[in-house]
Design a protein around this ligand. Structure first.
Ligand code: HEC
Ligand code: HEC
Length: 635
């Protein structure tokens, strides 16, 4: 296998994230910790075993990047010091955070950005289905009977952490392969692709099978298959022939074996046993690319480019990205990424609007229009290389006719299929935050919840998730019969008067108040419990807004947070795992490029595909990088 050596020039990559705040020193950081944290985090009795006395030198900080990443997040989120304790000024807090962030990354990126190890990873259920579809040119959902996959890494179900093979899987895979091949052999369209040679004029069954398998196996294994390996499958063909199976049956027997082989079920990357990072080989790169953007196997164009050794070329990669994003197969990527990122996959599954209160949701066309809006919107942005800031606010959406009507927009034409839709003036829509699917998954079945919507925004948009709620929090009181009814906002104000509750809810609730004008299904409303809706909010940093349009404008001002979040999520998705601290520097570099290209969607995808973590694998002898986005914060 051809593995290109790691070029020393990579070490000299400009690392933009290096600029630590020069107007702040370690001494000043220590002083801030002593003033605002020592009361609870000093000496043997330090809370959460975070003892600031253990860190007398900068190196002692750098030696525990995970812990200090937690410190950074807690301070940045205003979760520490807790509400009620003396807190640093906003300015000091920012200086400290920027200093710590810069310092941690500077240290992590000092030696250039190193990639993760090569991996061996099972195809997840939807990748499996799509791969069988493309391998056999067969439109059945071959993976429907397989067990569902968990989520790991950056929260996606293609994460290496969750994809191992259980015995129950093995049996189901055999079933699935048999069934799919059984259908495909009867389908002329499929046969043309995977079984296009029969014994006949001039060919013995043996020769015909040889020819068929020589085409099938490299497609199934996504790499060239050496003659010796191919012979093992020919042996199976011969066994079947001997016992009297027909030609078709015998070929299928060998193919079935290929389809339960780890080389098919797993994406196998060869280990890099050196010390230096090495490039993936061309076929491994083709597979990473196609599973990233199509959730399926490479097509002929990609495999041919890999075989010709052209795929490593940056210009070729960019061209392929543009081609792949235009292809319909990218809907699958958009669906998988967007639904997991925004949480909208749960709509209609774990999260169902109340049937009596919101019967409109139970119109199938409305429900599916809602579900597909964010997916098709994202795909439209990618396919046409639009600005990523459209995700925050936009002048268009992708709507079915029924959904447009549901939003109260004029009918433009009478088609059922969702399509690009230019929003009317003052539509109060645009961007993902005001899409009904999003507003519905961040609601309770019977009422809106500013808390859940605020939490959703912090998580999906700003990438600064709220800490989980403490146990035993009393539920919100329902409006009592007889007493004057209160709006949800009024009921929530009560708990924000308690400083313990306010430490979190001051961050969470105001964002959600900005969206109170949307009901559970995301329809515009002006009243709650007979009173006008108050959609004003103040964020912990003092910024104020009134209503969704101003809320979006505020988020646009914080677009670095959004872009960092989106880029981290997409890079994590592309790599199929959680990011390392060093990879957060890759994220910084990408953001820098985005700023220079008007936030072009292709820049984002291209830069991910061209990045070192995506194209290289670490040597097994090298030190392994530290996870940055892991939730566990114990060293
Ligand atoms: C009034 C007491 C108090 C003060 C002051 C305080 N903390 Fe905390 N801190 C806590 C408590 C209680 C916990 C454990 C509960 C939790 O994790 O929220 C904690 C947990 C933490 C953790 C999580 C440790 C881990 O690894 O899980 C970090 C980091 C932290 N604090 C940093 C700070 C910093 C930095 C400051 C000063 C800017 C600070 N804290 C000030 C009470 C305090
Ligand atoms: C550490 C952060 C934190 C603290 C402290 C906290 N909460 Fe929460 N709270 C949350 C989060 C996050 C949620 C969202 C719940 C979820 O994820 O399901 C929530 C949800 C709620 C809800 C449900 C909202 C709804 O629409 O039904 C109520 C009520 C609530 N909290 C009240 C309180 C009260 C009262 C206190 C103080 C005694 C408190 N919380 C303290 C984080 C916090």
């Amino acid at each position: 296998m051809k593995v290109t050596r790691y070029f020393p020039t990579l070490l000299a990559l400009p690392v933009f994230c290096l600029q630590a705040q020069s107007d702040f020193s370690f001494g000043e950081a220590q002083q801030m910790l002593t003033t605002y944290c020592a009361a609870c985090h000093k000496g043997k009795t330090a809370l959460a075993k975070f003892d600031i006395e253990r860190y007398q030198t900068l190196n002692s900080v750098l030696a525990e990047p995970r812990r200090w990443t937690t410190v950074l997040n807690r301070v940045r989120d205003s979760a520490m010091p807790p509400k009620g304790s003396p807190a640093p000024s906003l300015e000091l807090k920012d200086k400290f955070s920027n200093w710590l962030d810069g310092t941690l990354r500077k240290s992590a990126c000092a030696d250039g950005i190193s990639p993760g190890l090569a991996f061996t990873r099972r195809l997840n259920r939807s990748e499996y289905s799509s791969t069988v579809r493309d391998l056999l040119n067969l439109h059945v959902n071959a993976g429907h009977a397989l067990p569902a996959d968990g989520a790991g890494g950056e929260g996606f179900d293609n994460a290496v952490e969750t994809l191992f093979l259980s015995p129950i899987h093995a049996e189901k895979y055999l079933e699935a392969a048999k069934t799919a091949l059984g259908y495909a052999v009867k389908e002329p369209r499929s046969r043309k692709v995977f079984l296009n040679t029969a014994p006949g004029a001039g060919l013995t069954p043996e020769q015909a099978a040889e020819k068929v398998l020589a085409e099938f196996l490299p497609r199934a294994f996504r790499r060239p298959v050496p003659a010796l390996e191919q012979q093992k499958f020919m042996d199976l063909f011969r066994v079947a022939q001997k016992r009297g199976d027909s030609y078709d049956e015998s070929v299928l027997y060998a193919m079935q074996a290929a389809m339960i082989s780890p080389h098919f079920l797993f994406r196998v990357e060869s280990a890099n046993n050196g010390r230096e990072p090495a490039r993936l080989n061309d076929f491994e790169l083709a597979a990473r690319l196609s599973y990233f953007l199509w959730g399926s196997m490479p097509d002929k164009t990609l495999s041919d480019l890999a075989a010709e050794g052209k795929l490593q070329d940056a210009a070729v990669l960019r061209e392929q990205v543009a081609r792949m994003l235009k292809d319909n197969k990218s809907t699958e990527f958009a669906e998988s990424f967007v639904e997991q990122w925004l949480g909208t996959r749960e709509l209609g599954r774990d999260i169902k609007p109340d049937k009596k209160l919101f019967p409109e949701y139970y119109d199938e066309e409305i429900a599916s229009g809602m579900r597909y809006e964010p997916i098709l919107f994202f795909q439209e942005i990618l396919a046409n290389n639009l600005s990523l800031l459209n995700l925050i606010d936009s002048k268009f959406s992708v709507l079915s006719n029924k959904l447009a009507k549901f939003y109260g927009f004029p009918n433009k034409d009478l088609r059922q299929q969702p399509k690009h839709y230019d929003l009317p003036e003052n539509s109060r829509r645009g961007g993902i935050m005001t899409m009904s699917a999003v507003l519905a998954v961040s609601s309770l079945p019977n009422r809106t919840s500013p808390v859940l919507r605020g939490k959703w925004l912090l998580d999906a948009v700003l990438g600064t998730p709220a800490p989980p709620p403490p146990p035993n929090v009393p539920e919100l009181q329902d409006n009592k019969a007889g007493a004057p009814p209160k709006t949800l906002r009024e009921r929530l104000e009560t708990h924000r008067q308690n400083p313990v509750c306010a430490s979190c809810h001051n961050r969470i609730d105001p964002l959600g108040f900005g969206l109170e004008n949307y009901d559970v299904l995301g329809r515009w409303r002006t009243e709650d419990s007979g009173k006008p809706i108050d959609s004003k909010g103040v964020l912990p940093d003092g910024s104020e807004f009134d209503g969704p349009d101003q809320l979006k404008a505020l988020v646009l001002k914080k677009k670095e947070l959004f872009l960092r979040n989106l880029t981290s999520k997409l890079l994590g998705y592309a790599l199929g795992r959680g990011l390392t601290l060093e990879e957060s520097c890759t994220v910084d570099q990408i953001i820098e490029k985005l700023e220079k290209t008007d936030y072009s969607a292709h820049t984002l995808v291209n830069e991910i595909v061209l990045s070192i973590p995506f194209r290289y694998k670490a040597g097994t002898v090298a030190n392994l990088p530290v996870q940055y986005t892991e939730t566990s914060n114990r060293d």
